[in-house]
Each structure stands twice: as C-alpha cells, then as structure tokens.
Design a protein around this ligand. Structure first.
Ligand code: SF4
Length: 175
C-alpha cells in the first residue's frame, strides 16, 4: 500500500482554486470522438484495447456523437471533400473542445501530396496536439492524450471567452 500524502489522513482540509478543480475534472474525463478514416484508425483500436488501455486516462467512452465529446481525434487521410464534414463535426462539439491530429496524414497530408488530399487538418480546424508517425505507435497516441490532458488541466476558465480564442475561431470562419 502507498502511504497517504500528508494532509489526506485524519482531519484537515485542502484549499485550492476553482479552476484547478475544474481543470482536473476535465483532464481526467476527456471523451474522444474518433474520426478515423484509414490505417491510423487501426492504431487507435489497438490503443483502446486491453494492452494499452486508453480507459486508464478517463477516456473509456469513445463518443460517436459530437455533442457528447470534447476531444476530436482525427486519424487518417482526409480528402478535401471530407474537410467540410470534419469542420461540421468540430462545430457540433460543445466548448471546451480539443483537437488531436493523429498521424502524418492528419498532421500534414503525409505521403499523399496530391490534388485531392487535405494537407493537414489545421487548414480547416484549429489543432491542439500533433502526433507524428506513419502510423504512430499506441504509445505516441497515449502521449498525445497526455499532452491534451496537460492543456485541459492548466487552461484558464476564461480562455474560451477571450479575444484571442474568438479571433482564432474567426480565422477559421467558425462562429
Ligand atoms: S499516416 Fe500513414 S498509417 Fe496513418 S493514415 Fe496516413 S498513411 Fe496510414
């Protein structure tokens, strides 16, 4: 058994701030929406399975409804024709929402430098974390999630209403 940290055992209290409590809750209950179109999606399946066990991070429940998701994970090649769908999914998600581009294709178009492939999803939606690799290993996807957790944990409660954030959305023509 691990010893309880000082202050937890016996009587006493902890003082903290509201944004730290909210940050901790958000960081440990990220519900991912897997937007998987090709091979990187298979890596995500491995990441969700028992060996790597994404559920350990509070992300047990993949959401296939944007309205009940707060982490959009785009995995795979995104054709330009699909761009508007990715954007629509993003717009249907409630704030606060985060985006992870998983794999070279989602990050930059990968090896598909062609007329039909979107050269990175950050051309249509703002991306918080890029996970490189073709495909990235499950460990990398987990590290990407931990980076998102770090962002969620430390995010100011006012950020989503800030002029900078609204300006960022406006630059993507997102209301
Ligand atoms: S990055 Fe590589 S593995 Fe991932 S979808 Fe593109 S081609 Fe497939």
């Amino acid at each position: 058994m691990v010893e309880a940290p000082a202050g937890v055992e016996g009587s006493g209290f902890f003082a903290t701030s509201f944004d730290k409590v909210i940050g901790m809750a958000r960081a440990n209950s990220l519900w991912p929406l897997p937007f998987a179109t090709s091979c990187c999606g298979i890596e995500f399946m491995a990441t969700m399975a028992s060996h790597y066990d994404f559920a350990r991070f509070g992300s047990e429940r993949p959401s296939f409804s944007p309205r009940q998701a707060d982490l959009l994970m785009v995995m795979g090649t995104i054709a330009k024709k699909m761009g508007p769908i990715v954007k629509q999914v993003y717009q249907q998600m409630a704030e606060p929402r985060w985006v992870m581009a998983v794999g070279a294709c989602a990050c930059s178009g990968g090896i598909f430098d062609t007329y039909s492939v979107l050269q990175g999803i950050d051309r249509i939606v703002p991306v918080d974390v890029y996970v490189p690799g073709c495909p990235p290993r499950p460990e990398q996807i987990i590290e990407g999630l931990m980076k998102i957790q770090e962002l969620a944990r430390n995010e100011s409660l006012r950020r989503r209403n800030s002029d900078e954030y609204l300006g960022l959305l406006e630059s993507y023509n997102i209301k």
